[in-house]
Ligand binder design. Structure first.
Ligand code: BDR
Ligand code: CA
Length: 310
């Protein structure tokens, strides 16, 4: 089994990413660190614990709260997209098992695990990169201890989803994102809006999961998310941003990447959080990111449904 740590700001699609990881049967989830983003750190932690409880996941999978705010900026929650609670109102009565909540600070957990299993861990980050940046700052050697980092974030050849140019995870903590991109990870993959906007889940797909508690959860949690996605994008579906990033750890053969130099804008009122990909190497800088250019989204959605089906 592939060892992974997930870093999440749970979040409707983060929750579906967690479901995919836990149910895939091929990932050994060592723990889940939480970060402020879509919702507050407290809410992201609670939602993560609820999902683990709902899945009846191994109680050994701990939840490790990390940063409660971006490095330098104020939080920017996305209740309009993810609902007041962050799960689109699903699982309102779920009482999560407290066994999963740990006192260990999220970035410390990432560092400890990376040192314990050098070269073995894939870190999958589906929220703002604050925890990852803190881990890198406190222990720069982590760039060689982690096997790879997969980030849901950025929009390298397309428009943004929070400002005209910026993708949400990059926008919320661009200083953290910049620090992570510049850290020198030998393998750092960006799964951005260019590909995640094509991984669309429809009502019909949810129907194909079957008549199960999981299918009902997916329908409940995505109802408003899908409505908003339809209003914004004119399609009857919603994007599986975070699950598609998780999928890269499970089914790498579905993804095509290319190494480029990528930087994040941090000093522009108009463009903060924009990921700039130097396709023609005009800056002459060493490539630092494996940018995901294509993913077989049809096959991904088919396998995603299969994993969620009982
Ligand atoms: C990202 O932003 C968040 O709202 C989602 O959870 C996802 O991680 C997509 O831009
Ligand atoms: Ca997220």
């Amino acid at each position: 089994m592939k060892k992974v740590i997930m870093d999440v700001d749970t979040g409707i699609d983060d929750a579906l990413g967690i479901m995919l990881a836990i149910r895939s049967g091929v990932l050994d989830v060592l723990g889940i660190t939480t970060v402020n983003g879509n919702v507050s750190l407290e809410a992201a932690t609670l939602n993560t614990m609820k999902i683990l409880e709902f899945l009846q996941a191994d109680p050994g999978i701990g939840v490790y709260p990390g940063a409660s705010r971006p490095l330098l900026r104020r939080p920017h929650f996305e209740h309009r997209v993810h609902g007041e609670d962050g799960l689109g109102g699903a699982l309102p009565d779920m009482i999560p098992s407290n066994r999963s909540r740990s006192e260990t600070y999220g970035p410390d957990f990432i560092i400890r695990q990376a040192r314990r299993h050098p070269g073995e861990i894939t870190l999958i980050a589906t929220g703002p990169l604050t925890n990852v940046a803190i881990a890198v700052s406190n222990y720069p050697g982590i760039v060689h201890d982690l096997k790879e980092v997969i980030v849901m974030g950025g929009a390298t050849g397309t428009y943004g989803n929070v400002t005209p140019t910026a993708e949400y995870n990059m926008y919320v903590d661009p200083e953290a994102a910049k620090l992570v991109l510049e850290a020198g990870f030998p393998r750092l993959a960006l799964v951005g809006l260019d590909v995640t906007r094509k991984a669309l889940l429809t009502d019909g797909d949810i129907g194909a999961i079957g008549d199960t508690a999981i299918a009902r959860y997916v329908r409940d949690s995505t109802r408003d998310y899908m409505r908003r996605y339809r209003e914004r994008n004119g399609v009857d579906a919603c994007a599986m941003h975070d699950p598609l990033a998780v999928g890269m750890a499970i089914w790498p053969e579905l993804y095509e990447t290319k190494r480029y130099f990528v930087d994040v804008e941090t000093k522009s009122k108009l463009c903060d959080g924009q990921t700039v990909c130097d396709v023609q190497n005009r800056l002459g800088r060493e490539p630092n990111v494996d940018v995901c250019l294509r993913a077989d989204s049809g096959e991904f959605i088919r396998r995603f449904i299969e994993v969620l089906r009982d």
